[in-house]
Design a protein around this ligand. Structure first.
Ligand code: HEM
Ligand code: FES
Length: 760
């Protein structure tokens, strides 16, 4: 659907913004209060900027951060755990006195050793190995809630969320949980030490705790090493690997990893859950919804991780001179990647400021990072978050957020409340007893749907019907959408069809237009022949792969046939903003073209080209005479779009286009070839049979690869090709040059002639 050659100009920021960029401070009040909001205007005007004060490039856009995460060679992870506040000589002395020797662990080491180790260590994190942890988490959560349910008011952090992730992590590691409070304290010390700004006195206190943590974990490790027989847990696996493969899993690595994994697993999960509960309770309807429909909890967890993830920023260092989105970054420069800002990027998430638990692409958030270093423990974090939220929404549906002032320790990267006070009436507990069990892993996006009902059907041309849908759900209104957005209908005949949203008289409703296509796959025919008033339909979206940008120049909209639908909302918006535009609308006959009140509103901007009346659009003449750099938006059949692409390139215009549908993912197993794919991120080789796409195979194997259209239209399932056989590109996203370079492929449709090696 998408083919956008546009992006904001990263240099086009106001003087004020430039000054603010220079002085930007991650410890400033605004960033500390809400990292996402504090960077919103930067993301729009100056998405990558250099803060002289902090000596960091700050990166705020989704696409840029994802690209950086994807390249662990150009963007090294070596500075991930560098201290923001360097040690004073006194602090260094304290650490020395404990023989503190924390070395690199997975998260901050580089290729190739990082991947070699990651492969050795990742098996235990696979979703099918985590059933035991899910059971344990559930039992622990139930016990804790039993202890406080009669109280009516608690700090959830202190009573529930702070302890369980440590116990679960220790179980995962196989480490005894006899001294968890010591571990918790040391974990916090590690956070302040690395990402905080402690005073010299605080720093000494922190260093003492870090030193003790180092000692403690060393002692535990020694004890464990003495008796490994029959013991299970990740640390025992590592100890055995240390014996069989000491080059890769060294002694120091064991010790450092033991400490690192506790930090990785503890505060992240506790804070992620606290953030989620805080935001869900801020909208009591959502809490109630999850009580009545617990099957939505895994989707809600992903959305909460997008909206308010616990790790708001992460770091990388450039290993060579490189350009990102037009900005030159020099070798050695440090990058501060703000995932919190990226997770609210409107170019990636429609209506991003809204907490929308039915957002089906929420799991594309960057809160777990992406690519080679993507969080290994994400499925552990997810299963714990699901268990916490399930138990609380089920047993205490009337829980409310107490009045409180949230506090947090100032730091650059972890964000969430230190305490979370909630209350309920213990006399009136009306929760249900039967607990829900969720699949471990990324929730299946096909199951994340909204319920809609047909409230109007109008004939707007001979073979085009306008269908108006209202939310069937009293508690959840349809989210807002922007021009160019679409929804996907799940039809009772098993087909899923996408339709652009059109302006609706009642803005709470969604309106789409459907052209009857006898030669199509059967979706439009079903709608024309069967859909009636009052019918209920599951829908997904809205999502926008075809957004209307803000332009100073007059805009040219070109629609072919039913391609008029996204243009209606674009024309409406441009009219509202008093911006100059022309809409060229091509069709075969006047009767087959939409003639409704909307088009009448901007009659003076529209020119009709009706072939049966002998008036055809001369595209070459039109684009040749348009001033270079004209923003063009087009939607229509493939032939029209292709012609415009060629001409737009020739006459230097800026083109965004959207195709209706594609046949790219249609597989004919008789004619396809099977092929093998090595995914360097997991070190595993997958076989792609004749009747499956590479995307399907990866999803079957729990590889979290973003995906959306499954038709080669949106670009979200792209992977990097490192080598191997020829790629048979079948998508509509890559340019001819990109295809020839054989460096990227869309996994939902493209195939390979022989074994290939890829990375996410
Ligand atoms: C790495 C987030 C829970 C183990 C990471 C990274 C992030 C992250 C942002 C860095 C990714 C990158 O550099 O691209 C989270 C969040 C969690 C969570 C939000 C909870 C909601 C856990 C748990 C464990 C864990 C429970 C272990 C039991 C790890 C490990 C890495 C990592 C081992 C390093 C992977 C590598 O560099 O190859 N996590 N994490 N995490 N996380 Fe998590
Ligand atoms: Fe959209 Fe593959 S191109 S999922």
């Amino acid at each position: 659907m998408k083919n956008s050659a546009q992006s904001h100009c990263p240099f086009h920021a106001s003087n004020k913004r430039n000054e603010e960029a220079t002085e930007f401070d991650m410890f400033g009040a605004e960033y500390q209060h809400c990292p996402a909001s504090s960077l919103q205007s930067f993301r729009e005007e100056k998405p990558i900027f250099f803060s002289e004060k902090m000596n960091y490039w700050v990166v705020t856009r989704y696409a840029d951060i994802r690209e950086i995460f994807r390249d662990p060679v150009v963007f090294s992870a070596r500075n991930v755990l560098e201290k923001f506040t360097p040690d004073t000589p006194e602090t260094a002395e304290i650490l020395r006195s404990y023989n503190y020797g924390m070395n690199r662990t997975l998260v901050n080491e580089d290729e190739p050793i990082h991947m070699e180790r990651r492969r050795e260590l990742l098996d235990a994190f696979e979703a099918d190995k985590l059933e035991g942890l899910r059971e344990l988490t559930r039992t622990l959560v139930t016990q804790k809630v039993d202890e406080f349910i009669g109280l009516g008011k608690v700090d959830l952090m202190a009573t529930l969320l702070w302890d369980i992730p440590v116990i679960v992590a220790l179980k995962f590691l196989g480490v005894p949980d006899d001294d968890i409070s010591v571990l918790q304290q040391y974990g916090v010390a590690h956070k302040v030490n690395t990402w905080g700004r402690p005073s010299p006195e605080e720093q000494q206190h922190v260093a003492t705790n870090v030193g003790k943590f180092w000692h403690y974990s060393g002692d535990v490790l020694e004890r464990m090493k003495r008796n490994t027989d029959g013991q299970s847990g990740w640390m025992y696996d590592m100890i055995r690997k240390n014996q069989t493969n000491p080059r890769v899993v060294t002694d120091n690595y064991l010790h450092s990893m033991m400490m690192a994994i506790l930090v990785a697993a503890h505060e992240t999960t506790a804070t992620a859950t606290a953030n989620a509960i805080k935001h869900l309770l801020s909208k009591p309807k959502l809490w109630q919804k999850l009580h009545h429909q617990p099957e939505l909890i895994p989707a809600a967890v992903e959305e909460c991780l997008r909206y308010a993830g616990p790790i708001v920023s992460w770091r990388r260092e450039a290993t060579q001179n490189v350009q990102i989105n037009g900005v030159n970054i020099a070798k050695g420069d440090k990058l501060f990647l703000v995932m919190a800002a990226a997770n609210r990027d409107p170019e990636q998430f429609e209506n991003p400021e809204e907490l929308d638990i039915l957002r089906d692409n929420a799991s594309e958030h960057l809160s777990f990072g992406y690519g080679a270093h993507q969080c290994l423990g994400r499925n552990i974090g997810r299963l714990e978050m699901c268990a916490f939220i399930e138990e609380l929404t089920r047993r205490i549906p009337d829980m409310t957020l107490s009045k409180q002032t949230f506090t947090a320790t100032p730091n650059t990267s972890f964000h969430g409340p230190e305490a979370l006070w909630v209350e309920w009436n213990p006399e009136a507990i009306k929760g249900t007893e039967t607990a829900s069990v969720f699949a471990i892993g990324n929730p299946d996006k096909r199951t994340i749907v909204r319920q809609a009902k047909v409230v109007a059907i109008h004939t707007v041309a001979t073979d085009i019907k306008e269908i108006v849908l209202a939310s069937e759900d009293d508690t959840l209104a349809f989210p807002h959408w922007t021009p160019g957005a679409h929804i996907e209908l799940h039809l009772p005949n098993g087909l899923n069809r996408k339709y652009s949203l059109c302006p609706s008289v009642n803005t709470a409703n969604y309106s789409i237009m459907v052209k009857q296509e006898p030669e199509g796959k059967g979706g439009s025919m079903w709608i024309h022949q069967n859909l009636k008033l009052g019918d209920k339909l599951p829908i997904q979206g809205p999502k926008n792969f075809f957004p209307l940008q803000s332009h100073a120049q007059p805009v040219l909209l070109i629609a072919g046939g039913i391609g008029i639908t996204p243009m209606l909302s674009m024309a409406e918006q441009l009219t509202r903003e008093n911006k100059a535009f022309r809409l060229l609308y091509c069709g075969r006959t006047r009767d087959s073209m939409v003639q409704n009140h909307q088009l009448k509103k901007y009659e003076q901007n529209i020119e009709l080209f009706i072939s049966s009346e002998g008036k055809r659009l001369n595209l070459d003449a039109e684009l040749k005479t348009s001033p270079p750099g004209t923003p063009i938006y087009t939607c229509g059949p493939e032939g029209l779009i292709h012609e415009i692409q060629v001409l737009a390139e020739r006459y230097h215009h800026i083109l965004s286009s959207e195709l209706f549908t594609s046949q790219s993912n249609t597989l004919n197993p008789e004619k396809e070839h099977a092929f093998d794919v090595e995914l360097v991120d997991t070190g595993k080789t997958y076989h792609v049979p004749r009747d499956k796409t590479l995307l399907e195979v990866m999803l079957d194997n729990n590889v979290d690869v973003p995906n959306d259209c499954a038709e080669g239209l949106c670009g979200s399932c792209e992977v990097i090709v490192l080598g191997g056989g020829e790629i048979n590109h079948r998508d509509h996203v890559l340019s001819v040059k990109e295809r020839q370079s054989n460096k990227r492929m869309m996994t939902c449709c493209s195939r390979a002639s022989g074994k290939i090696t890829i990375k996410l």
